[in-house]
Design a protein around this ligand. Structure first.
Ligand SMILES: [Zn+2]
Length: 174
C-alpha cells in the first residue's frame, strides 16, 4: 500500500492542512475535524500538493513528524492541524499534550464597529492574521485580526477622518 503525505490549501482563506492518505490524495478531502468544518463553511475550493509517497507507515510517520515540525503546523495559525490526526492511520504527527495555545478564530462575516469581515488574507510580514474587511461606506481594506477583536479598528481611514470633523462642526453651529 502506498501512503501519500500531502498539503491542502484553501484558495480563498489560504488555510493549510497537512495530512496523509492511502487513497487518491486529490479526491480525499482530509480527515481533520477543524479542516472539514472549514471546508463546509468556505467551500471545497482547495489545491492539493503532494509532499511524498511512502511504502510503509513508519516512513510516512517519519516524514509527517519531520514536516509538521519544520512548518510548525500545530502552533501556526496558517495550518488547520489543531489536533493530532484522527484519520485513517491512527498514528499522530504530533505530541497530544502540545495542542494549539492560540487557536485560529474564523472572523468571516462578523461585525466589528462599521467593519464586516469578508475573508482571510495571507498573514502579514509580522505573521499576524490579516482580514479583508468592508466598511459600511463601501471601502474595502486589509485589517489585522487583533485590531478587530480588540476594537482598535472600527472603521476605514476615510470614515475615521470624516467623523471628528463633522462632530466639531455640529458643536459649533449649535
Ligand atoms: Zn468607511
Amino acid at each position: 500500500m502506498i501512503h501519500t503525505l500531502y498539503i491542502k490549501q484553501h484558495n480563498q482563506t489560504f488555510l493549510k492542512y497537512l495530512g496523509y492518505t492511502s487513497r487518491d490524495p486529490y479526491r480525499y478531502k482530509g480527515s481533520g475535524k477543524y479542516w472539514k468544518r472549514h471546508l463546509k463553511t468556505h467551500g471545497n475550493n482547495v489545491d492539493t500538493y503532494i509532499i511524498g509517497t511512502y511504502e510503509t507507515k513508519e516512513k510516512l510517520k517519519e516524514a509527517g513528524i519531520y514536516y509538521s515540525h519544520i512548518w510548525n503546523v500545530v502552533e501556526s495559525n496558517e495550518w488547520a492541524n489543531f489536533k493530532p490526526e484522527e484519520g485513517d492511520g491512527g498514528f499522530t504527527f504530533i505530541n497530544t499534550n502540545n495542542l494549539k495555545s492560540h487557536p485560529f478564530i474564523d472572523l468571516t462575516k462578523q461585525r466589528f464597529g462599521n467593519w464586516t469581515v469578508l475573508f482571510r488574507l495571507p498573514n502579514n510580514h509580522n505573521r499576524k492574521t490579516m482580514w479583508s474587511c468592508q466598511c459600511d461606506c463601501g471601502n474595502i481594506y486589509e485589517v489585522i485580526g487583533e485590531s478587530l477583536t480588540s476594537n482598535k479598528s472600527l472603521q476605514c481611514r476615510i470614515c475615521q477622518v470624516r467623523q471628528p470633523r463633522s462632530q466639531y462642526r455640529y458643536r459649533k453651529t449649535k
